[in-house]
Design a protein around this ligand. Sequence first.
Ligand code: HEC
Ligand code: HEC
Length: 241
Amino acid sequence: MGLSRLVSRCNIEPVFSCRKRSDKRWQRNSFLAVSTLALLASVKSIAAEDGAEIAAQRIGSGNPSIGKEKSDAGRCQECHGADGNSSDAKIPNHAGQYAAYLVKQLSDFQSGARRHEIMTIMAEDLSTADMADIGAYFANLKIMQGDGGDNPLGRHLFVNGDQAREIPACVSCHGDSGKGRIADSVIYPVIGGQRKIYLRSQLVNWKLGDRKNSPGGVMNKIAKSLSDDEIEALADYISGL
Ligand code: HEC
Ligand code: HEC
């Protein structure tokens, strides 16, 4: 389904040079891999304990080295970058993103809970293990660092929200510098350092209801209260974190 449409799109737009994964290198290599969690546990020093725990939580249950193979063969790296930083402003960075968040999005693309022409096709035949491994690969990379501006309006909303309009502070969920966290089994993705154009498009999508896969519709409620100028300011500030 849709593959010929994707392929023709790939030919028209060079950035979408997205051949579908066809070989099975991943399966062949999977048995070679060592559990990274076990590795992490064994090298964990007392001083680095907190950092290692957060890193392990970020990576989750997948295997980064298998995920490297899978995301290469699956051509994910072609768009999302081998270092997890994309070269196209419309394509999100995954570097240092919580694996569990990436897995959730991939399942949402599969189920149709989140829609995107290309990602629906890219996610189509990934197994749960594929998603976990690919997520682990990207989560294990040096966390995304942005180059946006220090936008005062964006900073104000990010840090304080706007109580009069019942807009909660972004930092209260997305964590310090927007570097994400998992709390009460809800995954708050890394947004600090994400591509500005991508951030803006997602906030607009939440606002218009084109994206509605956040738990309890929380992001739709928040984005509906934001003006276009505020969305622009937030995207600018957050991408600079
Ligand atoms: C042809 C380019 C392209 C390829 C190849 C591609 N992606 Fe994407 N991906 C995108 C774009 C564009 C988006 C943004 C979708 C949107 O705007 O909603 C995206 C979004 C995502 C998201 C959601 C990220 C977030 O922050 O919410 C995940 C997860 C993802 N891709 C994983 C993958 C994986 C895994 C593969 C390989 C199997 C892959 N992508 C291959 C272009 C691509
Ligand atoms: C009450 C908690 C909460 C607050 C407050 C919150 N968010 Fe979110 N946000 C979430 C959750 C949960 C998700 C993940 C949704 C999903 O699973 O698809 C998310 C997702 C996002 C995404 C999509 C990231 C991606 O990679 O696609 C953006 C952008 C975002 N939030 C921006 C903001 C901004 C800007 C603010 C402040 C105005 C904010 N959020 C406040 C909980 C929150």
